[in-house]
Design a protein around this ligand. Structure first.
Ligand code: ADP
Ligand code: ZN
Length: 214
């Protein structure tokens, strides 16, 4: 049983590490970014509303993401633990999460901040690619696929996210510092915060995270 929040700048590796934790711990990844992209792909009203914010790099309004996470945490597969990836991102979201978890009688185990210096964020994000089929992450420089621009597992063409442009990244980083970084203090005060150095090989960073969970 592990209830985990992954905290950190956009492009800092939360998603990649979450995928590894899912395999290892057999608990679901709850990525608000992924859920918003799905809603958008399905063309729901909420998805279309979110799309405008996402493409410009702005945060989607709190009440929208809080609603999504509330519904998701109430689902059966979260009973044995979960990995929150990309939520909470603001103090009001963290407060809402505290009250939802309180209602469900669930305690948070770890808030893991994956720390990456700002200077590394832009190259990380703009070179980022992923498999549209299995969602496996790649990078044109740091995590190349074996062949061309194809997924090692599925053989399909990799894609780039619409908000992984340099313009949107600048906005995303600014909103990270203004709205999300205060959560570091919030969870430090709650005695939950653990910081992991997010610079290095993916395996090394996973190992650092597993040391905390062990
Ligand atoms: P990254 O962490 O690389 O920025 P995500 O996939 O987590 O990528 O998020 C992509 C976008 O989705 C964000 O820029 C924001 O617009 C929206 N989003 C995701 N999670 C949240 C959240 N908790 N609160 C507000 N907006 C969110
Ligand atoms: Zn794939």
């Amino acid at each position: 049983m592990a209830n985990i929040i992954l905290l950190g700048a956009p492009g800092g590796g939360k998603g990649s590490q979450a995928v590894r934790l899912v395999k290892q711990l057999n608990i679901p990844q709850i990525s608000t970014g992924d859920m918003l992209r799905e809603a958008r792909a399905m063309g729901t009203e909420m998805g279309l509303l979110a799309a405008r914010f996402m493409d410009s790099g702005e945060l989607v309004p709190d009440e929208v993401v809080i609603g999504i996470v509330k519904d998701r945490l109430a689902m059966e597969d979260c009973a044995n633990g979960f990995i929150l990836d990309g939520f909470p991102r603001t103090i009001p979201q963290a407060q809402a999460l505290d009250s939802v978890l309180g209602e469900l009688g669930i305690a948070l185990d770890h808030v893991i901040e994956i720390a990456v210096p700002d200077g590394q964020i832009v190259p990380r994000i703009t070179g980022r690619r992923s498999c549209p089929q299995c969602k496996r992450p790649y990078h044109v420089q740091f995590l190349k696929p074996r062949e061309g621009n194809l997924c090692d597992d599925c053989g399909v063409e990799l894609i780039q996210r619409s908000d992984d442009t340099e313009e949107a990244v600048t906005v995303r980083l600014a909103s990270y510092h203004k709205k999300t970084a205060p959560l570091v203090d919030y969870y430090k005060k709650a005695g939950k915060l653990r910081v992991v150095d997010g610079v290095g090989e993916m395996e090394e960073i996973s190992a650092r995270i597993f040391t905390i969970l062990a």
